[in-house]
Design a protein around this ligand. Structure first.
Ligand code: HEM
Length: 570
């Protein structure tokens, strides 16, 4: 018996040793990759690569990548390892311009594994790649243009007024409020109204189903995190284990809401001016770009000409490229940023629209990603802004003065035009997004072999690329005293002084955030109405400095964000 046990133990240890040796080999076998290419790189550790602090949630993504960014100071780019996978960090603004715009045809995807057949909700704009992404983007772009925003404005304003009514009782009592939570509910109401055409009532009912689903999507340890873990370590296992972008419960909920709303609208012949209505038009093969202004059509024309095919010779087709920065007000490139195919007369959108099955699943996939993209980003941006305004009372006063002044000029009404005229509000929001960009990094994957301009470094197809926007936004090279909140950085004069591509809260290029205008509209509308009615201050419950949550993907705090509210006195 003893001998049997010993030999079993021995065999067990040998097998265990072999498994460990294989795992060690599997996780370290690429570690000479960057050295062999002559690329400056950071020394990785087995199993984690360079992301141990982030992987173990000891640091936030923002701070973790900021540290890696500074370890590569003096280099335009550098190699790092995401567990075992070599990835490249682009640090230099000019190189960033190449990746996001000039050489977009080499970097048009994010490299997120997806399986449209088994996981229909993954057929969304964030995840899709190549031609399917381009065609979908072309089709959806008009849903976010300025004329559509004007139509949606009244829905956003309605939610902002509900928010004020809800917060008024707290302000009257001078209570401290967890604004992180309240604003997440405001943003949930907003996006469910504009995207799903449903009143979610999350402000009044914190346990509403929409709020519950929103929490499930972002909660640490959730399905999404599991998806992310496999994506980083072994993407092929995602398909093998049939791990979907969202849990069946979340997917089922969103698909059902869409189905029920579609049926209800059809049966009752209801047409509500929201995103869902635009998607219904696409289902009916109606081009939603018709009747839109010329400016919006030009952006689409540019995008139509970008080739996402293999072997596309970008140089052959390109016009002169100029420096360009996305205008955060309009979301349009200021200059001719996309290289245009001169001989390219094909307009694939119409063809695609005719051929694609824009069914309930497809619609659900889009509104689901609008929901995901819209509620967390807006809620956190607004709460960070109110926190900074509480710390910087002079800025809060000046902002209130501007809002009063502009409102007077617009007969006391918050209108789309009134918001557009609030220039200081624009600076305040821009500075908030500089200090707290919702996504601390932009992700791309190299889609065809690339030589880094001015070097003989070749990037292989499939290499993930990271652009550390938080680190750049907080780099003293571009922003002096970068941890200080100073909206003056965003006057035209000061903006001109900075190199382009050093401010990227919405990304840049053809894959720039599609919801930029909608996001800014709901953030600005919410802030303007709150500042016009209430005074915000730091209170005992406020964490100063803020404590950020390392488990969250979108920049967020731990333990909420508490501030004291009172009615404004002057
Ligand atoms: C303050 C608000 C927001 C911020 C800071 C933000 C930020 C971002 C960023 C950084 C990206 C990546 C861009 C890139 O890779 O170059 C992105 C992409 C995206 N965002 Fe937003 N976003 C916001 C609001 C919204 C809203 C309201 C929606 C939808 C209604 C939305 C939908 C999307 C989608 C669909 C993409 C993927 C676009 C594509 O790949 O073509 N976002 N966003």
């Amino acid at each position: 018996m003893g001998v049997l046990f010993e030999s079993f133990l021995l065999e067990f240890l040998v097998v265990l040793g072999a498994i460990f040796a294989w795992l060690y080999y599997y996780f370290t076998s690429h570690f000479n990759y960057w050295r062999d290419k002559g690329v400056p790189y950071l020394k990785p550790v087995p199993f984690f690569g360079n992301l141990m602090e982030i992987g173990l949630h000891r640091k936030t993504q923002a701070e973790g990548f900021r540290e890696l960014y500074h370890k590569l100071d003096g280099h335009m780019f550098g190699g790092i390892f995401q567990t075992r996978i070599p990835m490249i960090m682009f640090r230099d603004p000019d190189l960033i311009k190449h990746v996001l715009i000039k050489d977009f045809s080499h970097f048009h995807d994010r490299g997120m594994p997806h399986d449209v057949e088994n996981d229909p909700i993954s057929a969304n704009l964030v995840i899709l790649e190549g031609k399917p992404w381009k065609n979908l983007r072309l089709t959806l772009n008009p849903a976010f243009n300025s004329s559509k925003m004007r139509i949606l404005f009244h829905l956003v304003k309605e939610c902002a007024e509900d928010l004020c009514r809800y917060l008024d009782t707290f302000a009257q009592d001078g209570e401290s409020v967890d604004l992180r939570d309240v604003l997440a509910r405001y943003a949930t109401d907003n996006i469910s109204s504009c995207a799903f055409g449903v009143k979610s009532n999350s402000l009044k009912n914190p346990h509403s189903k929409f709020r519950e689903m929103g929490e499930k999507i972002i909660a640490p340890g959730s399905w999404t995190n599991m998806h992310r873990l496999f994506r980083y370590t072994c993407p092929s296992l995602l398909k093998y284990f049939n791990i979907k972008s969202f849990s069946d419960e979340v997917t089922g909920f969103f698909v059902n809401v869409v189905k029920e709303t579609l049926e209800y609208r059809e049966k009752n012949n209801i047409e509500r001016k929201d995103f869902l209505n635009l998607l219904i038009q696409l289902k009916k093969k109606i081009d939603i770009n018709e009747n839109d202004d010329e400016e919006d059509k030009n952006v689409d024309d540019d995008l139509e000409k970008i080739d996402t095919e293999e072997n596309f010779s970008f140089e052959e087709h390109s016009k002169t490229m100029k420096n360009g920065v996305a205008d955060t007000k309009t979301g349009h490139m200021r200059e001719n940023d996309y290289a245009l195919g001169q001989n390219d007369h094909v307009t694939p959108k119409r063809k695609w629209l005719d051929s694609v099955v824009f069914d309930e699943n497809m619609i659900a996939a889009q509104v689901c990603v609008f929901f995901l993209g819209g509620f967390e980003t807006a809620a956190t941006s607004m709460s960070f802004c109110l926190y900074e305004l509480s710390l910087n009372q002079d800025v809060q006063r000046r902002l209130r003065e501007e809002i009063d002044h502009v409102l007077k000029e617009h007969k006391g009404h918050f209108t789309y035009n009134a918001l557009e005229h609030m220039e200081y509000l624009d600076h305040v929001v821009a500075e908030t997004l500089r200090m707290y960009p919702s996504l601390p990094n932009l992700i791309r994957v190299c889609t065809k072999p690339y030589t880094i301009p001015g070097t003989n470094v070749h990037i292989e197809k499939g290499t993930p690329v990271i652009i550390p926007i938080y680190a750049i936004h907080r780099d003293p090279l571009y922003y002096s005293d970068p941890d200080r909140f100073d909206p003056e950085r965003f006057t035209d004069y000061n903006k001109e002084k900075r190199p382009p591509y050093t401010y990227l809260p919405f990304g840049e290029g053809p894959r720039i955030c599609i919801g930029l205008r909608f996001g800014l509209m709901q953030v600005k509308m919410g802030l303007a109405i709150l500042i016009s009615r209430f005074q915000f201050d730091i209170c005992e419950k406020s964490a100063v400095p803020l404590v950020m949550d390392p488990k969250k993907f979108v920049m967020n705090t731990t333990g909420g964000l508490w501030l004291k509210m009172t009615p404004r006195t002057q």
